[in-house]
Structures are given as structure tokens and as C-alpha cells.
Design a protein around this ligand. Structure first.
Ligand code: SAH
Ligand code: SF4
Ligand code: F3S
Length: 484
């Protein structure tokens, strides 16, 4: 992923975020209708595609990785920046070619773009037969029947309760070692630049019993790492009383389970199961969460804490709910409780409405203070319907945005290199995720603080833990050898 930030022309957000398009694998009885799903956007979307595959598997659909074989093509879409939507529109044009050759082919648009554009999508993209928003996936079998009966089908109803808690996802593109577990949906934060509250609806937390059951099942199947997913994991909150459930040992006052409690419960499933989580919010991450991380070796020492900007006026315009000083204090607290080896990564938006050159310099100076191990960097893209689109002016010229982006990318590259160089000579406990992309004789995996390491296989296999002495580093990867 780090290689992707080396060329500014590659800062196609969908490209950076999607980690390569993810498509469904082959799971065929050879007799049923075949579903091909392509997913864009964030991890939540990939996780949702696994729920979609599970719902349709129950209805007897097979999945395929070959779009030519598909009877149904679903594109699970992202709206976060204009470019993300453009990528999907191009893709739909391409898919039109398949539809011409195979008239019965059903094309569905799922996810955030479906939610944002609703029935308009049917008008704009004539080849689309079905539109389903993120809370409407249980309705897919019915919607497909509707299309089979010759109608167009749309459900973009946003729910206050839906968490798909009882659905066990079919793991797509799985390496059998790492998996995502969704713990909440939606977002109540209303950052002024962000479309997510409109596409994903109100925030709701998933029943911890079902989170535990899903995680335990993953461990029993041989998975060794789960990433707990939510737009703002720190505001996870589940009340036993309201949900009429038995008391859980970990719960705090009045039977409330917060994110720290949940983390601890999941960490106790097994010491060999690693826990990651994303995304934390600087205004909400608590000391209790940091102390819980410190208490459990298997909770990975890495925090994705998106700052967005290093300037307090811009942060206020963004409605982020914290200042530069607050953010830096949280970083100090992380270092105090978890030590300087805890990885810290961020998201950054430059060129937000009215950002001056000095304010941009504040983002650069904040980067110098924190020295993030990794960052996703974007220039501001105005999204229709957001508070910023309604109330502020997108007035930083594109050339200025591009130049500022280039500056933060250059700085980030230096910091990542410095961080990687300082790892040479250290020994990391690595969870092996599979063979290296370049050679079968090499394995690759990640350290607790989320560094990718590549090393000679020496009869080890994926899913095992090994100690690796780091001997050199290239770009985004650490190279090393297994030691006792
Ligand atoms: N919930 C997470 C982020 C979700 S979106 C959080 O609050 O941090 C992922 C990232 O996309 C954001 O952190 C932000 O950096 C970026 N982003 C969101 N809206 C954007 C926009 N309109 N233009 C450019 N980048 C945007
Ligand atoms: Fe968007 Fe802000 Fe919610 Fe993140 S916290 S999803 S940036 S509104
Ligand atoms: Fe994109 Fe929706 Fe995720 S807008 S980033 S897919 S929540």
C-alpha cells in the first residue's frame, strides 16, 4: 500500500483505499446462478460484501471470480470522494459490454453510492437493474425476484437497528488468517466534509454476544487476527438493560458495554488471537482503551487516529470536535501508556475550504511532531449534501491542492522511511499471513505495530507466529530472517 503514495498521479482515492478491487472467489456447485461481487471503498464495504454473499448463499447462489461467468454482477460502491464515484461509473460502462452479450445478466449497485443516488442511479446508468443501500441487504432475494419479474428494484431504506448481527459472513478473498468483524454501523459525527452519515445512517452498535460468537468461530476455524470495524469504534456502546440481555462479566456501570470492555472480552478469547481495530476518533479515544491495550499483549499496538488537519481553525470548520493541541495531547498519552513503539497512522485532507498557506504549514508541522508511521492522504473533494457543500466554499484551486498534497506525501514518505530504518536490528513477533508476492520461498506477515515483514520461509506456514530479526528495509517493507 505504501508504494501507492509514491506517485501523485496514483492518488486515486479508490485506488489507495480499496487495496486493489476485491472480487468474490469461486464457490461453485456448478448448478446454481452465479454471483460476482466487486467491492470498492473502505473495509466496512468489504465486510458488507461478505454479508451479501452469505445472504445469497442461503438462497442457493454460487459465487464466481470470473465476471464472464456471472449471472448477477453486484458492485459494492463508495461515495467518499468524487473520484471514487467516477471509478465506479467507468466500471459500469465497461460492464454494459457484458450485458449486451448476455441479455439475462442482472446488474446491481450496492453500498454508499446506491444510498446517495437512490433511484437516480437507474436513470443515470441505464444498465443498472437493482439498487440496494447498506441497510437493505436482507431484502436482496426479494429485489432479485422483482428484477426477474421484469421490474427495476430499489431499496435504500436506512435503519436505526440493522447490524446484521445474526448473519455469519462468507469470507471472501480470505487468507484464512485475518478477518474483519463489524462491531457497529453508521456515524453520528457529522464532520462537515463527509458523506458517510448520509450514506450509512445513524450510528448503532452490534450485540457483543454475536461479536464474541463470530470471533470465537473464526479462531476455531484457524483465523489468528480479527480487525474490529466501525466508523468511530470509541463510541461503541451497548446496553444490557435496553436489550434485555443477561449481564456480561465485563460490563461497566449499569450494564453498559463500552469499547474498552468489548476489546478486553475479545482479547480474552485466546492469547494467540490478535486484535486490531479501526477507526479511532481523536475526540473519543479514552485512556481506558489505551490501558486495556497495554494490559493485553494480543491487542496490537497500532492506532489509526485520523487527524485530518494540523490547524485548529480548519478542524473547527470540519467539525472534528478537537483542536491541534488536543490531538497532540492524545498522542502524548498514547506514547506514555503504550510506549514509543506503538504504531500511529492517520488520514489527512488538504485544501479544505478556505485553508491558507500558513494553515497548511500547520499540518506539515504537526506531521513533524508526530511522525506518523503511515498515512492516507487526500485533497478535499466536495460531496453534495454535506454541511461543507451547503455552507462553505470549495475555494482552494486544484493546482494548489495538488501541490499541497505532494508536500505532505513527500514528508510522509520521509517519516515512514525513518520509522522503517529505525526497525533494522529489532526483533518483531510476526503473524504469517501467506507467501510473499514476489517469491514462494518467502513469507510475509505483520508485526503488532502493523509493519509488513518479508523473510525466508524455513518450513513455517501461514497462521503461525515467528520472531523475525529485521536486517534491512525497502520502501514500505521490512526484510529479515526468522530467529529463535
Ligand atoms: N470514520 C473515519 C473516516 C472515514 S472516511 C474517521 O472519522 O476518521 C476515510 C477518510 O476519507 C477520512 O478520514 C478522510 O480523511 C477522507 N475523506 C472523507 N471525506 C472526504 C472528502 N470529502 N474529501 C477528501 N477526503 C475525504
Ligand atoms: Fe465521516 Fe467524521 Fe463519521 Fe469519520 S467520524 S465517518 S469522517 S462523519
Ligand atoms: Fe466509501 Fe461508504 Fe466506506 S463512502 S469509505 S464505502 S462508508
Amino acid at each position: 500500500m505504501k508504494e501507492l503514495i509514491q506517485d501523485i498521479d496514483l492518488i486515486d482515492p479508490a485506488e489507495v483505499e480499496r487495496n486493489g478491487v476485491k472480487v468474490s472467489p469461486n464457490a461453485n456447485s456448478g448448478q446454481n446462478r452465479k454471483l460476482y461481487i466487486e467491492s470498492y471503498g473502505c473495509q466496512m464495504n468489504f465486510s458488507d460484501s461478505e454479508i451479501v454473499a452469505s445472504i445469497l448463499a442461503k438462497e442457493g447462489y454460487d459465487t464466481t471470480s470470473d465476471i464472464e461467468q456471472a449471472d448477477l454482477i453486484f458492485i459494492n460502491t463508495c461515495s467518499i470522494r468524487e473520484k471514487a464515484e467516477q471509478t465506479i461509473r467507468h466500471r459500469l460502462k465497461h460492464i454494459n459490454g457484458f450485458k449486451k452479450r448476455k441479455p439475462g445478466l442482472l446488474v446491481g449497485v450496492l453500498g454508499c453510492m446506491a444510498e446517495r443516488l437512490k433511484t437516480n442511479l437507474l436513470e443515470e446508468e441505464k444498465i443498472v437493474d437493482l439498487v440496494a443501500g447498506p441497510d437493505a441487504y436482507r431484502d436482496l432475494p426479494k429485489l432479485i425476484n422483482q428484477v426477474d419479474d421484469g421490474q427495476k428494484a430499489v431499496n435504500t431504506f436506512l435503519s436505526r437497528e440493522e447490524t446484521y448481527a445474526d448473519i455469519s459472513p462468507v469470507r471472501l478473498n480470505s487468507n484464512g488468517v485475518t478477518a474483519f468483524v463489524s462491531i457497529m454501523r453508521g456515524c453520528d459525527n457529522m464532520c462537515t466534509f463527509c458523506v458517510v452519515p448520509f450514506t450509512r445512517g445513524r450510528e448503532r452498535s452490534r450485540d457483543p454476544h454475536s461479536i464474541m460468537a463470530e470471533t470465537q468461530a473464526l479462531f476455531d476455524q484457524g483465523f489468528r487476527e480479527v480487525t474490529l470495524l466501525g466508523q468511530n469504534v470509541d463510541s461503541y456502546k451497548w446496553s444490557e438493560k435496553e436489550n434485555n440481555k443477561a449481564r456480561i462479566e465485563k460490563s461497566g456501570a449499569e450494564g453498559i458495554i463500552n469499547f474498552a470492555h468489548l476489546l478486553e472480552m475479545v482479547a480474552k478469547i485466546h492469547p494467540d488471537l490478535r486484535i486490531r481495530f479501526s477507526t479511532s476518533h481523536p475526540k473519543d479515544i479514552t485512556d481506558e482503551v489505551l490501558h486495556t491495550m497495554a494490559r493485553h499483549e494480543n491487542i496490537c499496538k497500532n492506532i489509526h487516529l485520523p487527524v485530518q488537519s494540523g490547524n485548529s481553525r480548519i478542524l473547527e470548520l470540519m467539525n472534528r470536535g478537537y483542536t491541534r493541541e488536543w490531538y497532540l495531547k492524545r498522542i502524548n498519552k498514547i506514547r506514555e501508556i503504550l510506549g514509543k513503539d506503538c504504531g500511529i497512522s492517520s488520514d489527512m485532507i488538504i485544501g479544505f475550504c478556505s485553508e491558507t498557506e500558513e494553515e497548511h504549514q500547520d499540518t506539515l508541522s504537526l506531521m513533524d511532531i508526530v511522525e506518523f508511521d503511515f498515512a492516507y492522504m487526500f485533497y478535499y473533494s466536495e460531496r453534495p449534501g454535506t454541511l461543507a457543500a451547503k455552507k462553505l466554499t470549495d475555494d482552494v484551486p486544484l493546482e494548489v491542492k495538488k501541490r499541497r498534497l505532494e508536500e505532505i506525501i513527500r514528508k510522509q514518505r520521509l517519516h515512514a522511511e525513518k520509522s522503517n530504518k529505525s526497525d533494522v536490528g529489532k526483533v518483531f513477533r510476526i503473524l504469517i499471513e501467506g507467501t510473499s508476492k514476489k517469491s514462494e520461498q518467502y513469507l510475509q506477515g505483520r508485526s503488532s505495530n502493523n509493519k509488513v515483514a518479508v523473510f525466508e520461509a524455513q518450513n513455517k506456514n501461514k497462521g503461525e507466529y515467528v520472531n523475525v530479526l529485521i536486517t534491512e528495509c525497502t520502501g514500505g517493507t521490512l526484510l529479515g530472517k526468522i530467529v529463535a
